[in-house]
Structure formats: C-alpha cells, structure tokens
Design a protein around this ligand. Structure first.
Ligand code: FAD
Ligand code: FES
Length: 246
C-alpha cells in the first residue's frame, strides 16, 4: 500500500548521512523490514529506494540514509513539511532469538541493526555491538549504542584505531556468543563469511533492488542451493549458506 506521509524532522548526522522522521501510525514494523521510498513525484527515477527502519515509537518512524547516488541525493534534498510516498513494510520479519548476541555493523549497515538492538534491549536480551566506519564522524548514534549494548566497540579505518570492523572481532571471544547479526557492504559480508565464525551469523543483505515486493526477481541470490529474493524471502539470511559468487 502506498502511503503519503509528511516529513516531521530531518537531521544531518554527517556531511552525507541524514535522518528523516515520518509519522506512520497503525503499523508494526519488525527488525529486518524495510520501506520502499519514492524519491520523486515523477517516474524519474522510476524505482523506489529500499530504506530500513531504524526506530519506530508511537507511530513515528525514523530512517537513516547515506547519500550514495541520484535517488538518495534527491531524498536528502527533501525538507520538513514536504510529502513523501512510502510503501511497506516489506521483507520478512526477523524473529529475535533470546540468545547472547553479537551485532556487527559496517558503515550505514548500522541502520537496521539499531532497530534490532532496540528490540533486543526491550526484550532484555544481552548483546554486544561492534561498529566500524571509515571516519570517526561516520560513527552515528554512538551514545545510544553505548546506552543499550552491554559492551560496544567502535573502530575506524582512518584515524586512531585504523581497523576494520572485522579486524575488531579479534578483540572478542566470538565463541562466547550464541548468535551474530551483521549488516554492511557486500564486500564486508563476503569477508565475514570467509572467517567462518563458530556461531550462526545472520546477514542483512542490502543489495540493489528492483520492484522490492517479490515480482521482478531482480534481487535474487543463491541461498542453500536455491534462488531466493532478498526483498521477499529476506533480507536476512544465514550467512554461511549465501553463495555470493553465483
Ligand atoms: C533491504 C534494504 C535496506 C536498505 N536500508 C538502507 C538504509 O537504511 N539506509 C541507507 O542509506 N541505505 C539503505 N539501503 C541501500 C539503499 O537502498 C541504496 O543505497 C539506495 O537505493 C541507492 O540509491 P541511489 O539512487 O542513491 O543510488 P543509485 O544511483 O541507484 O546507485 C549509485 C551507485 O551505487 C550502486 N548501488 C545502488 N544501490 C546499492 C546497494 N544497495 N548496494 C551497493 N551498491 C549499490 C549502484 O550500482 C551505483 O553504482 C538498503 C538497501 C536494501 C536492499
Ligand atoms: S526486487 Fe523485485 S523481486 Fe525482489
């Protein structure tokens, strides 16, 4: 269903990461789910852009977006009071397991993990948060993460720590966790898969989508030997079984 909403609040976190708050009552979005956002009132660009839920409280939904190309640039030019069309929520709701968890975020991949973290916090599930970005200023919502995670590690590729988020895993006893959730660039997920962690890792796949609602098959990935649609069957899949090279 297409919903026309008004932008209630806009916030720039960095020079290319911004947040939009909209009021969207009577929905019950779950971790893993996302909205298809129309960036223009014309057919150009034609495709909607998938954006995750970062938080949802009292009907107010927050999205945090990194400007990557034309669509996200156009979204970044929208201001408070302007209309926005959104469709969704799409994607399979992730069933949050009551297990000691490790959240691994790379760059803007932090967005859906913030929502997962919020839900875990609400259910008193213990979790640690490892979050890496290029620059210190790209690490958004740090104080919020510190408040709700049992332990948090922040690293940057440039600056003091000079470490990737996967490098930071060496500082942890990964076997002490029951489960991990990861979101970040595809290259990060591929490298994470190669690490063969001794616990199940659930990956939030944020590849390029077409229709976003299961019809075009433009988002197919090979998973457990079968094609699956990121938008409809995912976007969360167990990392071990994703065949990235297909
Ligand atoms: C389920 C899901 C949830 C997402 N949640 C968020 C979110 O919460 N916040 C956020 O900032 N982004 C999120 N993304 C990514 C976001 O949808 C893309 O960055 C956006 O669609 C790019 O649109 P654009 O018009 O700015 O870029 P385009 O002009 O379409 O593309 C610019 C360049 O980036 C490449 N590209 C486009 N999309 C992607 C992608 N998804 N991954 C890698 N390369 C890409 C293109 O091939 C092109 O080279 C999510 C994606 C998915 C599938
Ligand atoms: S994007 Fe069309 S089926 Fe997934």
């Amino acid at each position: 269903m297409v919903r026309r909403v008004t932008i209630k609040k806009k916030q720039w976190f960095t020079d290319d990461i911004f947040g939009l708050e909209i009021y969207l009552p009577d929905i019950d979005p779950q971790p893993g789910q996302f909205f298809q956002v129309r960036v223009s009132t014309t057919y150009d660009p034609f495709l909607n852009r998938p954006i995750s839920v970062v938080s949802y409280k009292g009907g107010t939904l927050l999205m945090i977006i990194r400007v990557l190309g034309r669509g996200t640039k156009m979204l970044s030019q929208k201001e408070v009071g302007e209309d926005l069309q959104v469709l969704g929520p799409f994607g399979k709701a992730l069933r949050v397991k009551k297990k000691k968890s490790l959240l691994i975020a790379g760059g803007i991949g932090v967005a859906p993990l913030l929502f997962l973290a919020q839900k875990m916090h609400g259910k008193r599930i213990e979790f640690d948060f490892v979050y890496g970005a290029k620059r210190e200023k790209d690490l958004i919502k740090k104080s919020h993460i510190l408040q709700i995670a049992k332990h948090a590690i922040f690293v940057t590729e440039q600056g003091r720590s000079k470490m990737t988020v996967l490098g930071a895993l060496d500082m942890l006893d990964v076997e002490s966790y029951d489960i991990a959730y990861a979101c970040g660039p595809k290259t990060m997920l591929i490298e994470l898969q190669k690490l063969n962690l001794p616990i199940p890792v659930y990956a939030f796949c944020e590849d390029f989508l077409g229709c976003g609602c299961g019809l075009c098959l433009g988002c197919a990935i090979m998973y457990k030997g079968e094609y699956k649609r990121i938008c409809e069957d995912g976007p969360v899949f167990e990392l071990e079984y994703i065949e990235f090279n297909v």
